[in-house]
Write a protein that binds this ligand. Structure first.
Ligand code: ACO
Length: 429
């Protein structure tokens, strides 16, 4: 029997169309609700609200499934590269050999930033958080490429996409160099996307950076795992800003700001700081777990819990395996990995975490790998942004190309004072 949904509100009965996705997800279309009943729906945090239909990423939080354009994340993590996965997300299919070569060439050709832009870095204090630098620089790109406002022009969109993917990597590395007072290292065209990034981060004019294939592989893996996650906070931000037909640079800059928050992408930095804190305290893991459960304490187990994953986060499982291999490969004995594993072990057996379905998320182990690669803690969220870029771009593009897209403009239920008149200063109590 086909699905049927009706809403009864006072004396009005409204039949709601049921939208069925390709994986049989169901959504009740309430577009006519306000016009027919005068009422709206309210859903704090959007836990039950689909803001759009989308053909980019499928996620089943109960079963721990994540697929980009239908391809399981596990297969991409094992077989793909970040550049190929970016193409897949943005253009909807795996590229042919020629398409991939052309796309990679485009990213290589656009990797330098305008020399004038380099001077912007001088204006930031040395203590600036690299996410502040990144969001400002990404918005500033629109002043160097003003044609990006032509959002209906296919060629302009393609070149803007290439510029973003290529230059954000350079901006991220320059932000790091600025923070440690070293000269900027320019991109090198013979290097792959991830190798080029590592070189810009760690080479110095006096010395070459010895490229390590395993480091490049690890970076590819982390970026692929972060590349998209459907309508999360930052992607929804990009879509909302983009729904006003705002150019891609400006929309992505807003996404960077949303990602910065500690409940979202900023959690990877918080996880590492938490592991450092636990390590330095010398206290037992059980004590910290007790603190995380205590409602009088504001300590949360960072990197734990997820709005949609209620069983396990498939990305966390891949990263955990890879953290072991990478640390072994680099001969690093990081006590923070042991603390993280112990926290996970204790939490997964604890009724508090079981009842609330709280599991390690993508951020729980990623910092351990970033640290092994030499990336400092305050750059972790920038790394997340670099990884999430193709997802943001794909969603912005999907929306701009949709014939049914409308500006995003939620409603509210007003709870402030009712009609209230202006009182002159002398009469105020
Ligand atoms: N540690 C301890 N308790 C937690 C945690 C945690 N990490 N996460 C959730 N809880 C508890 C809450 O206190 C709440 O308990 P209650 O029902 O007794 O009040 C219950 O679990 C539900 O939590 P909510 O905050 O309502 O869940 P929500 O879906 O709104 O939030 C979130 C999800 C933000 C991820 C949350 O689990 C959290 O703050 N985790 C830590 C931060 C983090 O790791 N963020 C990264 C998310 S992944 C990403 O963005 C890439």
């Amino acid at each position: 029997m086909a699905d049927r949904a009706t809403i009864q509100f006072n004396d009005v009965t409204l039949e709601l169309p049921v939208i069925v996705g390709s994986e049989q997800e169901r959504g009740l279309d309430i577009a006519a609700l306000r016009a027919k009943t005068g009422a709206v729906t309210i859903d704090q945090g959007f836990g039950n609200t689909a803001s759009t239909t989308s053909a980019i990423t499928f996620l089943d939080g109960e079963k721990g499934i994540l697929r980009y354009r239908g391809i399981p994340i596990e297969e991409l993590a094992e077989k793909s590269t970040f550049v190929e996965t970016s193409y897949l997300l943005i253009y909807g299919k795996l590229p042919s050999k020629t398409e991939l070569a052309d796309f990679s060439r485009l990213l290589t050709r656009h990797s330098m930033i305008h020399e004038d832009m380099k001077r912007f870095f001088e204006g930031f204090p040395g203590t600036a958080h690299p996410m502040a630098v990144l969001s400002s620089m990404v918005a500033a790109l629109s002043s160097f490429y003003p044609e990006a406002i032509d959002i209906k022009n296919r060629e302009v969109i393609d070149i803007t996409i290439a510029r973003l993917l290529a230059k954000v990597r350079t901006i991220a590395a320059f932000a790091f160099k600025k923070s440690i007072g070293q000269p900027f290292i320019y991109p090198r065209n013979e290097l792959s996307y991830c190798a080029n990034f590592l070189n810009m981060m760690f080479a110095v004019p006096a010395e070459q950076y010895p490229m390590d294939d395993d480091a490049v592989k690890a970076l590819n893996l982390l970026l692929i795992l972060h590349a998209d996650h459907e309508q999360n906070c930052s992607t929804s931000t990009v879509r909302l800003v983009g729904s006003a037909q705002t150019n891609l640079f400006a929309s992505i800059s807003a996404g960077v700001c949303a990602l910065w928050g500690p409940l979202h992408g900023g959690a990877n930095q918080e996880v590492m700081e938490m592991l450092d804190q636990i390590h330095e305290s010398g206290e037992s893991v059980d004590k910290w777990i007790a603190r995380a459960k205590d409602k009088n304490s504001n300590f949360r187990l960072m990197g734990f819990g997820h709005r949609v994953y209620k069983n396990f986060d498939p990305r966390a499982q891949i990263i955990k395996r890879s953290a072991d291999t990478i640390l072994k490969r680099f001969g690093i004995n990081d006590p923070k990995l042991d603390i993280a594993k112990r926290l996970e072990e204790v939490a997964l057996k604890d009724q508090y975490f079981i009842e609330r379905k709280l599991y390690p998320n993508v951020d729980f182990y990623s910092g351990i790998i970033y640290r092994a690669l030499g990336i400092p803690t305050n750059m972790f969220t920038v790394m997340f942004a670099l990884g999430r870029l193709p997802g943001w771009i794909a969603h912005w593009k999907e929306q701009i190309e949709s014939p049914t897209a409308r500006i995003g403009r939620p409603r509210q239920i007003y709870t402030g004072p009712t009609l209230n008149h202006y009182v002159g200063m002398e009469q105020r109590a």
